[in-house]
Design a binder for this molecule. Sequence first.
Ligand code: G6Q
Length: 546
Amino acid sequence: MHLPPLTESPEYAALLAHHAEIAEVPVLSHFADDPGRFEALSFRLDDLLVDLSKHRLTPKTLSLLVALAEARGVPARRDAMFAGEHINTTEDRAVLHTALRNQSDRPVVLDGVDVMPEVRAVLDRVEAFVEAVRSGAWRGYTGQAITDVVSIGIGGSDLGPVMVTEALWPDHHPRLRVHYVSNVDGGHLHRTLQGLDPARTLFIVASKTFTTIETLTNAASAKAWLLASGAGDADVAKHFAALSTNEAGVRAFGIDPVNMFPFWDWVGGRYSVWSAIGTPVALAVGMDRFRALLAGAHAMDEHFRTAPLASNLPVLMALVGVWYVNCFGAEGLAVLPYDQGLHRLPAYLQQADMESNGKTVGLDGQRVRHHTGPIVFGEPGTNGQHAFYQLIHQGSRLIPCDFIAAAKARHPVAGHHPLLLANFFAQTEALMVGRGPEAAKAEVAGRPDAGTLWPHKVFAGSQPTTSVLFKTLDAYSLGRLIALYEHKIFVQGVIWGVNSFDQWGVELGKVLAKRLQPALAAGDLSAHDPSTAGLIEWYRALAAEA
Ligand code: G6Q
């Protein structure tokens, strides 16, 4: 389908005209005008509620945005994704992470072949492996059960599994500890291995391509650590498994393909936690919970596939994001989980969003004439409140925020959860309500410096927030939450006309370091720019000092 540039579409023009009318209207006054606003602008899927009523918009805004989504071909593109079309055009690949969590008996046909039998077969193999390790039947080279799993991977082969493992901490196996090593900084591996017993440690090398230098370097050092403990080459099979699409690479590294769990090129790295890449998660929390994670994601897939755009959670969240990026010029998006278990969610979504939509070239190869993905950042509330929320409350930029929480805690510590959630609600309320000059003056009345102090106490208000609230953070609801964001990102990519599934910027980084590394030791630096050459010289001098 050929689309005119977004900025030339009549639906976009209508949105901009509407923006001019309502951009500066305080959100509170929308509530005064419309007593049914919360009901009209909050949306549900089972226990999951997404409240959009604290945004600078009205139901009319949403209908204009939905019209834009229709005009940009969101439904057709969504259907093309689920149908296995090669929508990742620059890599000529299908995008089928939804097949990995397909719980229905519908086939998923890719290039004429149903992928579901293979998907299920790999899941069953992962399950057998996971059960063997968790039960203690899997033995290390001295005959002992495994107590520590170290997953070695980076980027998409790390962030999802880490985030999910951390989020599901109440479900962790009592004996098995699952660790993650991603950074090629040797300190990461070194610190992780400190205190571990090689005879009871199992390494999982997670790499789609099995060519990523950081992962292969960490894996080689891990293997050396195992061998240095007295294990022989034949023992490696008892201590190494691989999650990859590259069997030749796995063999060349010395891992027995029997211990390799495959996936496919139609699974993007940052969308791969649902594939064999999720094996460390399954080791930590068990296969039943891993399957519940998939089921939760599938529930969101079904909602995304079938719900009308006007009540479709990922579509609506995407549209609200487009509203701020393209009409208000907002540059950021803060992700604020009120849940310590979700402490890696902002990092995970940073990759999911920024690697997917951090693009300026459209599907037609032309430069787009509008902004695309926002700068995603965040920390768990309430920690963030004591740090960067200042800028959200009173800074010069408009930062839309996603507040995320579960109503029920999964820990037994009395009294904490209501306090945590009180902070969530208080912050979203304060960001919207703000504090006007009169209230600010009243607060400082009587002080000698009241005349200069009161402006500092003013809060503009109408700072936009989405609230995402559900019952409990378990495997199912986490799967649903992740899929919500995945589809949100996809819809935004469609509206912006970019390919959300390639990552040429990442590929560049993979090549550059390899090329430059030899120069660190010695040699002529004249091929490098003066800054880089100067830095390398300074590095050589410092590194050579005693
Ligand atoms: C994800 C990216 C990137 C990738 C890593 C690891 O979408 O492509 O983060 O996941 O570079 O790649 P490998 O899994 O191939 O080691």
